[in-house]
Ligand binder design. Structure first.
Ligand code: PNS
Length: 162
C-alpha cells in the first residue's frame, strides 16, 4: 500500500520521526508530504523543510519526501496514494484529526486515514513549541535531532541578524 504522511514539519521533531519510522514498515512506500501554504508564515522555507526531511530520513529506503499545495485529497488522488498517516499525541489531537479524516473521506471515499498513537515520551512534542522554546533561548535537544537543533539555532540567528 502506498501511503503519505502530510504535515508542516517546521521543523521535523522526534515525534514525527518516530511516526515515520513506525509507519514505513507498514507500507510499500511512504511519502512524507510537506504542505506548501504561501499564506502561512513558516520558520523554514519549503525547500529547507524538504531538504531537512530528506537528510533525516535517508536511512529509510521506502520513504521519499515531496510537497503539495491545495487539498490533501487531491494530492492523494493524483499520486494514487491509498492512505494518509497521522500521529495522535493525546486526546486533544483526536477531535481535529478525526474531523480531518472524516472530511477527507467524504471528499474522496478512497482516502483512508491511519491514526498512529504517538509514543508516550513524545506526546508533549510539537514543532510550534520547538520554535518557541528555541526563540526564547531554551533547550530543544530533547525534542529534535542534534542536526535539526543546529539548523533551528542557525535559522534564528540569521533571522535576528537580518
Ligand atoms: O503538521 P500539521 O500542520 O498538523 O499538518 C496539517 C495538514 C497539512 C495535514 C492539514 O492542514 C492539511 O491536510 N492541509 C491541506 C489542505 C486540506 O486538505 N484541508 C482540508 C482538511 S480536511
Amino acid at each position: 500500500m502506498r501511503a503519505c504522511y502530510p504535515g508542516s514539519f517546521d521543523p521535523i521533531t522526534l515525534g514525527h520521526l518516530d511516526i515515520i519510522e513506525r509507519a514505513a514498515p507498514l507500507c510499500a512506500h511512504l511519502t512524507v508530504a510537506v504542505i506548501h501554504n504561501p499564506s502561512k508564515t513558516t520558520l523554514f522555507t519549503l525547500a529547507e523543510r524538504q531538504e531537512m526531511l530528506t537528510q533525516q530520513l535517508s536511512h529509510l529506503s521506502n520513504v521519499s519526501v515531496d510537497h503539495f499545495s491545495g487539498l490533501l485529497v487531491d494530492y492523494v488522488a493524483q499520486k494514487e496514494i491509498r492512505a494518509v498517516v497521522r500521529g495522535l499525541r493525546d486526546s486533544s489531537d483526536a477531535p481535529i484529526e478525526l474531523q480531518m479524516a472524516r472530511l477527507n473521506r467524504e471528499m474522496n471515499s478512497h482516502c483512508e486515514t491511519l491514526l498512529l498513537a504517538s509514543a508516550g515520551k513524545y506526546s508533549h512534542v510539537s514543532s510550534s513549541f520547538v520554535r518557541e522554546i528555541a526563540r526564547l533561548g531554551g533547550p530543544i535537544e530533547q525534542l529534535v535531532t542534534p542536526r535539526v537543533a543546529a539548523l533551528v539555532q542557525q535559522k534564528l540567528k540569521s533571522k535576528e541578524a537580518s
